[in-house]
Design a binder for this molecule. Structure first.
Ligand code: 5MM
Length: 342
């Protein structure tokens, strides 16, 4: 079907994903990533352990007050909890939208081996059709941009932008809201200016290609990085600086029709990710909502608290509920360090 045939539903879903006070839980770690996360806490990545871990988030009492949608991995979209209910029905039961990661990871770019492009366009229309039948309302595709001495190259930015646009058009044709995720990585010793520059080049190319592909901006969500110094730069920027550089860049590049931008956390600590989002929303209203779609910054405390032990699930859920609530406040610019500690 044509994008126009789905537009009203896409707009409604996209608005719901970034409604003030709510954001998205990214729980779509691929098999390799979840294995690494579990290895850090000494837990084997078996199907049962993944079921227990994902299930603890989806059955946290009251989390739906702060979370509008969850991005799932293929296995989780098809999986059931120990009591036999599918995870999709559990989420639907509390009004949380199920979403699906549809990229298939990254590979080296031909001609620029230190840069990555994302796999997964082949056979995508057929997969999207099945995901819609399984109950998905939105999808996600992540492209990574690397900062280095001569990186990112224009060729890498352009290829990733074209692939994101092709994915987004296919999603809208299938009736799924695309989360378009260009992530400029925090890895490296670069300063905040290099991040600002790479982010602006990337977002400009992404919105040019989305337009060329006929993607309706009002029926999609952007998920990009904050403008922040590299992890190995030895510097930290104040939340107000990050907020200023990020929002002024967005004002230059993002179309007003875009319903929202839901940040990735990218390796920031849980509290940093909340403080930085809060600083942006404290600046006032923008044409688009500024929300969160965090993986690590919503899960880290819960993961450590759980430690693979069923008896720790209630405490892990408490940790997740707290993080979700803090980020909910940050979408409203109402987060404070006092509330964090209370
Ligand atoms: C949850 O992790 C997602 C899947 O990553 P892999 O394909 O590497 O397994 C990832 O795309 C995530 O949604 C984003 O990176 C945001 O997560 P963070 O932890 O940066 O908030």
């Amino acid at each position: 079907m044509a994008i126009a045939d789905h537009l009203e539903e896409l707009k409604k879903t996209a608005k719901q994903m970034v409604v003030p006070g709510k954001g998205i839980l990214a729980a779509d770690e691929s098999s390799g990533t979840i294995e690494k996360k579990f290895a850090k806490i000494g837990v084997a990545s078996t199907e049962d352990n993944r079921r227990s871990y994902r299930g603890l988030f989806f059955t946290t009492p009251g989390f739906e007050e702060f979370i509008s949608g969850v991005i799932l991995f293929d296995e989780t979209l098809r999986q059931s909890a120990a009591d036999g209910r599918t995870f999709v029905s559990i989420l639907q039961g509390v009004g949380v939208l199920p979403g699906i990661k549809v990229d298939q990871g990254t590979k080296e770019m031909d001609g620029s081996p230190n840069e990555k492009v994302t796999k997964g366009l082949e056979g995508l229309p057929e997969r999207l059709k099945e995901y819609v039948e399984l109950g998905a309302k939105f999808a996600k595709w992540r492209a990574v941009i690397t900062i280095g001495d001569v990186l990112p190259t224009d060729a890498n930015i352009r290829q990733n932008a074209k692939d994101l646009a092709a994915y987004a058009a296919l999603c809208q044709e299938a009736g799924l809201v695309p989360i378009v995720e260009p992530e400029v990585l925090m890895d490296g010793g670069h300063g905040i200016e290099a991040c600002a520059d790479a982010s602006e080049r990337t977002l400009r190319a992404v919105f040019e290609e989305l337009k060329k592909a006929g993607v309706a901006p009002e029926g999609m969500i952007l998920k990009t990085n904050m403008v922040i110094p590299g992890k190995e730069s030895g510097t930290k920027a104040a939340p107000e600086t990050i907020a200023e550089l990020t929002t002024t860049l967005f004002e230059r590049v993002l179309p007003d029709e875009l319903p929202g931008q839901a940040f990735l956390s990218g390796g920031q600590s849980e509290v940093e990710a909340t403080e930085n989002l809060n600083a942006m929303n404290k600046k006032g209203q923008f044409p688009w909502k500024l929300s969160f779609s965090y993986g690590r910054a919503l899960q880290d405390s819960a993961l450590k608290t759980w430690g693979g032990k069923p008896e720790n699930i209630p405490a892990a859920q408490k940790a997740f509920y707290h993080r979700a609530k803090m980020n909910s406040l940050a979408t409203l610019g109402k987060y404070t360090s006092e509330i964090e500690k209370a």
